[in-house]
Design a protein around this ligand. Sequence first.
Ligand code: HEM
Length: 493
Amino acid sequence: MEVSLVTILLLALCLSCLLLLFRGDGRGTKARLPPGPQPLPFIGNLPHLDAKNIIRSILALSKQYGSIFTIHMGSRPVVVLCGYQTVKEALVDQGEEFSGRGDMPVLFRFTQGNGIAFSNGEKWKILRRFAIQTLRDFGMGRRSIEERIQEEAQCLVEEFAKTKEPFDPTFLLGCSVSNVICSIVFGDRFDYKDQHFLTFIGLINDNFRLFSSPCAQMYNIFPHVMYYLPGPHNQIFANFEKLRALVKEMAKAHQATLDPSCPRDYMDSFLLKMQQEKEDPLSFFHDDTLIMTTHNLFFAGTETLGTTLRYALLILMKFPKVTAKVQEEIMKVIGSQRSPSITDRAKMPYTDAVIHEVQRFADIIPMGIPHALTRDTHFQGFFFPEGTNVLPFLHSVHRDPTQFKSPDAFDPAHFLDGNGAFRRRDAFMPFSAGKRLCLGEALARMELFLFLTTLLQRFTFQPTCPREQLDLSPLMSGIGSVPRPYAFRALSR
Ligand code: HEM
């Protein structure tokens, strides 16, 4: 085994060097990519990128090379965009050109470009449009889904109220946000002890953790080598096969009770579309795209929200004066008797500003998700051929000193004007910007407001250590930024 692994690595090394020799460094004769650190054969800029703190490495490079530069992931060049102005000029002003999805080999191995998040071209446009329309039909950003979130927030309050000892809220928060997606996609919520539900969210959590692991990063850089190597990255593919089987089971149960005149949820609507287009050989609606789009909605919509809520509660414990002001606003506008409603948000500028500032400060997808050029493009004096990979470094937008007065501090005033009214900021990009803008933004913003106000209406959260010791820096920062684990007591108000 040892010998064969070494042989494979050597072969891969030779092959990559040959590829480099024949293809140059990816900047073919036409391409004029921005300068960056000198890449080494095979490993590219690996020595410049600290796998444990890739954010710091990219920040350091931006100090040296400015707001646009090229790094090499192995032999693949990736253009990094930094700061509000450059990211906006690309994703918004030249939105169509920058709307392709870049390479993430670790994900491609199981998506095969079949979902929304990792597809391109017509397939992406059609599947994205269908998902947005169907989510709207089932109430995303509207009243019917608001009632579902309110119900789920009450279930969460009941679970919190049962706790007698300090606890880590990760599991319960994860269950409640997953249940909101479940009710849209599968038509129903699950009990927090339901075995199917627990397996499903367990697999998604496990994969989210594994995606940020060094092994997954190595897979993205050296897919052809890592494909053959043992290691934790293989668990991602094993987990995915289990997820695929679970979604197939759900689809079968839906198919058996499907009423074409009355689709109950996203899955019913997709199955009906498959039926309508079954004679069309060019249709994008088939088993694989059903499984991948379902996976996308869960994957993109649960960990992101669970992590943001977990960060929010940690930040609120760290800043009790901010929490007290939010609770004061809750009492003034909503009181203690009725459930918060989305129409309250317009009357609660301070709470709205705090939630925006939590998202800016927590910055849970710091590197964005890679984009790719959909056609040959001139940008800021450079020339990017079609397919060039681009990384919109969202962290640098959220920490841009030209946009935020004290970018490294948590300060709700970033989103308030001099009169205490809510102030929108263009450099607020936790959901990214342009044509690939997160399609769950409206749902996510609704959930964040309703879950947080419901929890703060009912509880005050007491940390298990002195507040000064609460550390807001992320535990790890790769594809996702994850807060350090903590526990609290939920004291009823
Ligand atoms: C706080 C919560 C959330 C955050 C911070 C977030 C953030 C993001 C970001 C940064 C992207 C990448 C956009 C780009 O490529 O430039 C994205 C894409 C996406 N998000 Fe979200 N998201 C959240 C919640 C959700 C929810 C609730 C859903 C599902 C209903 C969802 C579904 C998606 C999908 C399907 C994509 C891929 C879009 C595409 O490639 O066209 N997200 N999200």
